[in-house]
Design a protein around this ligand. Sequence first.
Ligand code: HEM
Ligand code: HEM
Length: 242
Amino acid sequence: MELEDFFALVHPAIAIIVVFPLIGIVTNRAWLVRQRRLQVIDGEKSKIPPIVGSEHVAIGNWLSISVVGVALLGMAYPIFSKFLKNDVFSKDSLRAFSVVAIFIATTAAFTFLFKAKVKIWRNIFAALTSVGLIVLGAQPEVFRRDSEWFFSHYYYGIAAAILMIISVAITQDIYKDKQNRWRNIHIILNCFALLLFIGQGMTGSRDLLSIPYSWQKEYLRPCDSKTRTCPKSTAFYIPIDR
Ligand code: HEM
Ligand code: HEM
């Protein structure tokens, strides 16, 4: 396998090996947290240990880190492979180095989100991380499937990453709010995030199917994806008697 093809597989492989198992664990703990809380409200003696709450949050933090990480990686591959192929670092060095700076700034803002204790700073770092992801996604090298945004791996991925960032930012609000408004907002947003994750599994597999090996690309270039046809060339046929 060519190195280029190997790098294309790093993002999907990490998503499958790291992100999806974490989604399973976090969802399981979320269900237990809810069951336990409702049982306690009803005055029942719950068999679910109280630790499920802190386990949900601790693994939730890792889920958030891994989702933002794979989203950055998913955009880094097409951006930098096309930068190198089209020599963008010398032809449009201002944009190329700005993109590098935005990757670094987004990672830094996301790191500070976990360190910040004051609410306003948590909101600022959450907003900066989200804006960073959107600006990187706006680069022409990223395939956004704008005409089919409702089934686009890019839009689902960025939306899911932002929902994970919001979850981290509102953690303290969920605990402090005695009326459970933030808790209910969190449940609604993250049930939607679960649907987006299912969508990521489907759209990611579809996109993987449509990307050929690097050695196949030049043969597939004449194909038209709109009419779903390839030119019939005698070069493709090998006579049977040879
Ligand atoms: C797949 C993603 C997630 C889903 C479906 C989800 C869902 C839930 C549910 C159903 C609850 C229980 C609500 C209740 O008590 O009725 C909960 C609690 C909570 N979640 Fe999440 N969540 C997810 C990810 C996250 C993330 C990434 C964080 C941030 C680190 C987070 C932070 C919290 C906190 C702080 C609580 C309150 C825990 C407690 O009461 O001890 N969640 N979540
Ligand atoms: C939560 C999980 C995931 C997130 C947040 C995510 C996010 C992203 C983002 C933001 C991009 C860049 C935009 C694009 O090209 O569409 C991308 C690209 C891609 N992703 Fe994912 N993804 C996830 C899971 C997966 C999975 C499970 C697969 C495959 C089974 C996959 C396969 C791909 C492929 C093939 C690309 C295109 C890369 C290229 O343009 O060369 N992704 N992903």
